[in-house]
Design a protein around this ligand. Structure first.
Ligand code: KG4
Ligand code: ZN
Length: 386
């Protein structure tokens, strides 16, 4: 089965083409092409992602990225799908830049593509719609079905790549990104149950807001973790105690991160006149507080139930200290830890292709009619896209 996948939920435009094995029991897939265009630098000027700007950039990137990906996958360019062009363009009323250039796609030999998979949510609605409408147009142009994918499942299954085995179930899954903080149980049949999530800010959002307060730039996670690790190298025995650990000892597996940002704000205000705070130290304090809470919850979840593997995903999993702490838990509980390769921790289309493959193979999601697909900005991590 050959899948062309599209990701546009936030500030990265992704397109990939992946060959997946549906015949045999094991999971086998090969990326023929996988491309990404990041808008991060553009949004950095504003200190966050602006939905209308994100939409504009996805719209600009889509056709060039599709062409690049189709060429790299070497599908050939001697077809003619132009008879369906008009019908396909009807899905791109709101994306005239894509519609105007859609004919550039019509010569590609897309006959070998079996389905188009696309992130339908969660994410920024205007950004999601660019991917969804592009998928509808391509599916119509090529007369192929669409497989709608939950973005969070992409993050979960990116830990699978490039293994041939599914991870050992039940799995405890930690999703940590700029928009999400979730702990899920995944059963053998890939049913998903949310065990805990954030009650306010996501952990990545907390890092981003803290970095803004510390004037460190956007996205904040990498900046704070860089400074924190410098401090950690210099003072390995240092005990962080400046900030509260909200809900750490609470019964539930939920977390809360908005108080941490407020605590940092107070620290900065109170110290304004006396002595400037050392940014390495305060980053260390912040990172330790943020990680202490989420890692304690993962540990609690592992104590509560029997799991055979631990899988983590989302942008924040790039954090080396978080990886180290999860590795400690994996050793303590004698279960493997699956973390995506560094280049797959950020949003990308390959993870969407892989999620659609794994879930399609297990009949958790299906290819559905183009008309029925819509963006679902508030899709939960345990829900399957319909
Ligand atoms: O998954 P992602 O690329 O986008 C979504 O939010 O879906 O995650 C981006 C988030 C940002 O909040 C960023 O600050 C955070 O991941 N992040 C990190 C690190 N690298 C990226 N947070 C902490 N430490 C890091 N090293
Ligand atoms: Zn993401």
């Amino acid at each position: 089965m050959r899948i062309l996948s599209i990701e546009t939920s936030c500030d990265e435009t992704g397109v990939s083409i992946v060959d997946c094995d549906l015949e045999n029991e094991e999971y086998k897939f090969e990326a023929l092409a996988n491309n990404l265009l990041s808008q991060v630098k553009l949004h950095a000027e504003y200190g966050g992602v602006f939905p209308s700007l994100a939409k504009r950039e996805h719209t600009k990137a889509m056709i060039p990225l599709l062409i690049k990906t189709l060429r790299e996958a070497k599908l050939g360019e001697n077809s003619d799908h132009s008879s369906r062009l008009k019908e396909a363009q009807k899905y791109l009323d709101r994306e005239p830049e894509i519609s105007d250039r859609l004919k550039e796609i019509s010569a590609f030999n897309a006959e070998t593509i079996d389905a188009v998979s696309v992130t339908v949510g969660p994410g920024l609605a205007p950004a999601l719609w660019v991917g969804v409408n592009s998928a509808k147009a391509l599916a119509t142009l090529w007369d192929k079905p669409i497989i709608p994918v939950n973005h969070m499942h992409g993050h979960i299954f990116s830990g699978l790549f490039p293994q041939s085995e599914p991870y050992e179930a039940p799995t405890l899954s930690l999703l940590v990104s700029g928009g999400h903080t979730e702990i899920l149980k995944i059963d053998e049949d890939l049913s998903m149950y949310t065990l805990g999530s954030t009650r306010d800010d996501a952990i990545g959002e907390a890092f981003d807001k803290a970095a803004r307060l510390l004037e460190l730039g956007y996205p904040g996670g990498p900046e704070i973790s860089k400074l924190a690790s410098l401090h950690r190298e210099k003072f390995p025995e240092y005990k962080s105690e400046l900030f509260p650990r909200p809900m750490k000892s609470d019964e539930s597996l939920d977390v809360s991160y908005s108080g941490l940002k407020t605590a940092l704000l107070y620290q900065l205000e109170n110290n304004k006149e006396d002595r400037p705070l050392d940014k390495e130290q305060i980053s260390r304090e912040f990172e330790d507080a943020a990680l202490d809470v989420i890692v304690a919850k993962v540990e609690r979840a592992l104590e509560d139930d029997a799991y055979r593997s631990l899988v983590a995903g989302g942008g924040v999993i790039a954090n080396k200290e978080l990886q180290r702490r999860l590795q400690d838990l994996s050793e303590k509980f004698s279960i493997p830890l699956h973390i995506p390769k560094p280049e797959l921790t950020t949003d990308n289309a390959l993870m969407i292709a892989v999620a659609s493959y794994v879930l399609f193979k297990n009949k958790k999601i299906s290819a559905i009619e183009t008309e029925k697909i819509s963006a679902q900005a508030n899709l939960s991590a345990n829900e399957f896209a319909l």
